[in-house]
Design a protein around this ligand. Structure first.
Ligand code: HSE
Length: 309
């Protein structure tokens, strides 16, 4: 068995407009790194915490909680594991910061314990971790960070996730203006009840969107990417939302929307060339605006969490 392991813990875009709490895709250029080492004292321990601040109290640390859930479920009592976390995704950015930590830590401990669980089976332990930060048990960032590609969470009771296979060459641009929007707060602006008419529009779009990925049908994908439930309530919290939306669609973007609970927004594009054009248009706009910002850009990552060799 290995003594230490270095893990890439990817960020993700969740909701993708039509799949609130159910749909997400994995990023290739945003992620944390975790180095997990075996130590002589049994149990899971937090080691060095670098990068953006994360709680040093284990019960408040999403990585610890997820890793400890794996450790306990494996029935382990002798092995000791220390987690050294390099937190590179800013918490509250809307690109699955807490999910990245939870997934990376659960995966790392599972590897050092000799892999008692499959990646799919790690899902509930990762949700235990994520729930510490977002105060609800949703898996739309967890699933793509764990499994890669586009994922759909198909049951809300026991959170099964499926990969939505596609041969489309989809690239993303994510614009993160550095204001913090807490997921827990951002969820309070969404109405608890949705009229039946609106629900019908939304679930037909979610079905169409997933079908479009499997059918490699760009026109259907674009047609079905319209959100009737969440965006209208959240977009006013995001500076320059409409300008970014217009720029994305004018410069080769297919789909534009809020990444998770914001403040990040994303564009999905066909091919790298279009994504580069959207990125440079976003850059030109945001460099003259009031907030610091960071742009992510890359192909939707086919692999989720993995060991860095
Ligand atoms: N689906 C979640 C939300 C993702 O939009 O609130 C953020 O964690």
């Amino acid at each position: 068995m290995k003594d230490s392991i270095r893990i890439w813990c990817p960020g993700s875009v969740s909701n993708i407009n039509v799949g609130f709490d159910t749909l997400g895709f994995c990023l290739s250029d945003a992620g944390d790194e975790i180095i997990a080492e075996r130590v002589s004292t049994a149990g899971v321990h937090l080691g060095a915490l670098r990068g953006f601040p994360t709680p040093s109290n284990p019960s408040e640390n999403v990585a610890y909680v997820a890793a400890n859930a794996v450790y306990n479920a494996a029935g382990e009592s002798k092995i000791g594991v220390k987690l050294n976390i390099d937190k590179r995704i800013k918490p509250g950015s809307g690109v699955g910061s807490s999910a990245a930590s939870a997934v990376g830590a659960a995966f790392a401990v599972n590897e050092l314990l000799g892999r008692p669980f499959s990646k799919q089976e790690l899902l509930p332990f990762c949700i235990d971790g994520e729930a510490i930060a977002s105060k609800t048990r949703h898996a739309d960032n967890i699933a793509p960070a764990l499994l890669g590609g586009f994922c759909l969470v198909v049951t809300q009771e026991n959170h099964l996730a499926v990969n939505l296979e596609t041969d489309l060459d989809l690239h993303y641009v994510v614009a993160h203006q550095q204001i913090e929007i807490k997921t827990s707060a951002s969820r309070t602006v969404i109405p608890k009840e949705i009229p039946l008419k609106t629900s019908i529009k939304q679930w037909s779009n979610l079905g169409g969107f997933t079908a479009a990925l499997f059918k490699n049908d760009i026109r259907l994908l674009v047609h079905c990417a319209k959100d009737f439930v969440v965006e209208v309530h959240r977009k006013s919290q995001i500076p320059h939302f409409s300008e970014l939306n217009d720029l994305a669609l004018k410069n080769g973007g297919l789909i534009f929307g809020i990444s998770g609970s914001g403040p990040s927004v994303f564009a999905l594009c066909e091919g790298k060339h279009n994504a580069d054009n959207v990125k440079s248009a976003f850059d030109q706009l945001l460099r003259n605006k009031e907030h610091d910002y960071h742009l992510y850009c890359g192909a939707v990552a086919k692999n989720g969490v993995h060991e860095l060799l």
